[in-house]
Write a protein that binds this ligand. Structure first.
Ligand code: TXA
Ligand code: MG
Length: 322
């Protein structure tokens, strides 16, 4: 049975040593929980693919404690990527950057680039800082769920997802509920202009305002210049069938912004007051549908050009397709 630990200094030290020995450590971030491994240890990284049931050509995000560590992993960075890094890190953003020589093919699906993120969750930062102090260079961390399933936003979700697959020596650090609740915005920084390949809490408007540009490619068009395997059309799915159109039937789960009334006979799973709250409770509410053994959940996609873009993106991927 996998062990859950807290986030005192000695527990972070213990988790660091465990990572450096090649074990897996699930850790909290402000987006979702990650399944961590030493990014330089091929055996540890292969355990991640095995535990998640994920195809090995799907690249992994390397998490760092600070933008200062970027030069170890990357080279020839475009100016705009540095502006993005200083504006939005630590935070819910991942940059795809040209990789340096230390990056090995087992992290990147043999692509000539690497995905980097500096998370803002204090426990993630404490773990990364300690890991780097003790000689590590970075921690890879895909979301700590089975391939294609809903990302976890609490330590207990990680237990439900992965406890059958994790080993006794692996750990889960309990750092509370992930505040953002949706995975990071991924931005391709390999071209002359940035391209959002997975929408998240860092929105197109925020990027356009920072860089003074208009983003050409829209993530909802699903046409990217690089391969992003996690952006397949079916992903982030609970066991219940999710519907984003049509009328709910009696006994269906129902998720919608608070001002939308509950149709008669349905089970209201969440009534978020705004889009930020919608993002933070979406995955938890889909998990609730599964724990109630509901067969169907109707979700009314929120409107807006803020984090609602990311919510609609995940809903379109997890919703039922005939
Ligand atoms: O919020 C997040 O990003 C979370 C937390 C734990 O940091 N992590 C996360 O990782 O969502 P993951 O592996 O579940 O999703 C990352 C996505 C995958 O679809 C992966 O294929 C893609 O990013 N990706 C990673 N590195 C890439 C690269 N070098 N080029 C293109 N896509 C990449
Ligand atoms: Mg994932």
């Amino acid at each position: 049975m996998v062990r859950i630990i807290g986030c005192t200094k000695s527990e972070i030290n213990f988790a660091t040593k465990s990572l450096l020995r090649g074990n897996l450590v699930a850790f909290p971030t402000e987006t979702v929980y990650g399944l961590g491994a030493d990014a330089q240890n091929a055996d540890a990284v292969s355990k991640i693919y095995h535990v998640k049931g994920r195809p090995t050509d799907h690249p992994l995000i390397v998490h760092l404690s600070s933008t200062k560590k970027l030069s170890t992993w990357t080279k020839n960075l475009p100016e705009y990527s540095l502006k993005l890094a200083s504006a939005f890190w630590p935070g819910p953003m991942t940059l795809i950057l040209p990789r340096s020589n230390i990056v090995q093919d087992f992290l990147t699906g043999a692509q000539d680039n690497v995905a980097i993120r500096v998370p803002s969750h204090p426990v993630a930062l404490a773990l990364l800082t300690e890991f780097e102090l003790q000689g590590g260079l970075g921690i890879v961390g895909p979301s700590a769920n089975k391939f294609g399933k809903v990302s976890p936003t609490t330590a207990n979700d990680v237990v439900v997802e992965l406890s059958l697959n994790l080993k006794q020596q692996d750990l889960i650090i309990d750092g509370g509920t992930s505040k953002v609740g949706l995975e990071s915005t991924i931005i391709n920084c390999l071209g002359i202009r940035p391209e959002i390949v997975r929408p998240g809490a860092v929105t197109p408007l925020m990027i356009e305002e920072l860089l003074g540009i208009t983003l050409v490619s829209n993530a909802s068009q699903h046409s990217y210049s690089i391969r992003v395997p996690g952006m397949m059309k079916s992903h982030y799915s609970p066991s219940a069938k999710v519907f984003i159109t049509g009328e709910p039937k009696k006994g269906d789960g129902f998720i919608a912004i608070a001002e939308i009334p509950t149709p008669i006979g349905v089970i209201r799973l969440a009534s978020p007051k705004n889009n930020i709250e919608f993002a933070s409770i979406l995955y938890e509410s889909l998990r609730l549908a599964d724990s109630k053994k509901l067969e169907r959940v109707v979700v009314v996609p929120p409107k807006g050009d803020d984090i609602a873009i990311a919510i609609r993106d995940r809903l379109s991927r997890c919703s039922y397709k005939e």
